[in-house]
Design a protein around this ligand. Structure first.
Ligand SMILES: [Zn+2]
Length: 437
């Protein structure tokens, strides 16, 4: 494709497109679709296979072939061609919090025996998930649990995992599980194993159930556990004494790029009998996401994000010497305030900081700049307006956006100093009410 065509597509159909070039871009789309051409998107520059954009006559691009043709490389989560209304609306809806009725949230993750056809696809590779792909049902349940149990709030002591902290966290997760109904009249807290040690008992309970008592569903439960690696459809633990756990069906892993291993991970696994004839339950499918450590299951998207957390924590210690307390959160759900913009991607900032002495004042949004390639960086930089708009939910101010951007400085030390300084200064001025950004 020529640079000129690319610019027309970008300015006429991309996320930041204005209306002027749209007719020109659509005319170009029509000539592409008339010739059955598709476009390899450059949003994943390090991938061997390019994500695809399929021209749709008079409409724009559809992001995936229909039906999907493996191997599929998802578009980057900062890809600007997120405007295919059908897939964008579906993707964005999957990142919203689910409505609760009387505080209860219904999840129907295990269907009846018809689901058997979906299990047992031993050749299916591990599927990569990012913000431009729909969030799987298991991931949605995990995010609801972690948010409700305040696991995504990161506190100063969370760098130092202890059994006591682990137990406090799992207690809060089980409390949050009382509000999730997994089949008619059955609540998740009775059917969850939080940690591998609780798995045998959960499996026995499921094995003892009569399938007819579960209505349209079937006996099942959920395992949450920390692990180190996935190889050959097995989950491996950071301890040779523990046997790997096989996963029979779909394994989805959150991660922007292919090779990087981001352990430790947190897995949410669906446990049930593979088919009506089986006598013993197994892991039917699983979703995995990098997390902080074994006693703090806050989901983090990359190794660089863990470095961002470290940098924020150092700043927080400095601020507490001045008696300024902050709340640090890693949000998991869409905060997009533009209700008409359903075709925009979900807006999920990397980190949020609130100054506790000024609870309704402005939020500081921290974005980790993960990669050095220019296109990725430019796309992320252009998302500024969309991140700073999150405070418009409650005030007429824009949130403050700071990039944690190690690659832009001569040395790591310089990068750390600069980040520390801008974060500290902004938080102090919010605390003092002198913020003029
Ligand atoms: Zn793309």
């Amino acid at each position: 494709m020529s640079d000129k065509d690319e610019e027309i597509f970008r300015e006429g159909l991309g996320f930041f497109a204005g209306p002027e070039l749209r007719p020109v871009a659509l005319a170009l789309i029509n000539s592409y679709s008339a010739n059955s051409m598709w476009v390899g998107c450059d949003c994943q520059p390090t991938e061997r296979i390019k994500p695809r954009l399929i021209p749709v006559t008079n409409a724009g691009f559809r992001r995936d072939p229909d039906p999907p043709q493996p191997p599929l490389v998802p578009h980057s989560d900062v890809c600007e061609f997120n405007q295919d209304p059908v897939s964008a609306t579906r993707v964005r809806a999957s990142y919203k919090r689910r409505p609760r009725a009387n505080g209860i949230l219904k999840f129907r993750l295990a269907r009846g025996p018809s689901e058997e056809t979906q299990v047992r696809k031993p050749n299916t590779p591990v599927e990569r998930i990012n913000r431009s792909t729909p969030r799987p049902g298991l991931a949605r349940m995990l995010c609801e649990l972690l948010t409700e149990a305040r696991v995504q709030e990161i506190n100063p002591e969370d760098h130092f995992p202890t059994l006591e902290r682990f137990n406090a966290m799992t207690g809060r997760i089980k409390a949050a599980a009382t509000q999730i109904e997994i089949a008619d009249g059955r609540f998740l807290n009775d059917w969850i194993a939080v940690g591998l040690s609780e798995l045998p008992a959960l499996k026995s309970r499921i094995a003892a159930e009569n399938a007819d008592d579960w209505g349209a569903s079937r006996p099942h439960g959920i395992l949450l556990c920390n692990f180190h690696d996935i190889r050959d459809r097995e989950i491996f633990f950071n301890n040779d004494q523990i046997s790997p756990v096989p996963v029979l069906g779909r394994i989805a892993v959150f991660g922007e790029r292919e090779a990087a291993n981001r352990h430790p991970y947190l897995a949410i696994c669906l446990i049930g009998k593979p088919d009506a004839k089986s006598s013993y339950p197994a892991v039917l499918r699983a979703y995995a996401h990098p997390c902080m450590n074994w006693a703090k299951w806050a989901l983090t998207d990359s190794i660089l994000e863990r470095e961002t957390i470290d940098a924020i924590q150092r700043c927080r210690f400095g601020l507490s010497n001045r008696d300024i307390q902050i709340r640090l959160t890693k949000p998991l759900f869409d905060m997009n305030v533009n209700m008409e913009g359903e075709t925009q991607p979900a807006c999920i900032p990397d980190f949020l900081i609130e100054v506790l002495s000024r609870p309704l004042s402005r939020t500081v949004v921290i974005e980790t700049m993960g990669y050095t390639d220019t296109r990725y960086r430019n796309r992320k930089l252009r998302l500024k307006d969309y991140f700073t708009a999150i405070d418009l939910r409650r005030s007429d101010k824009l949130a403050r956006l700071i990039h944690h951007d190690p690659s832009q400085f001569g040395s790591e030390d310089e990068a750390k100093r600069e980040f520390y300084k801008s974060l500290r200064d902004d938080i102090i001025s919010i605390n003092n009410g002198t913020d003029q950004f």
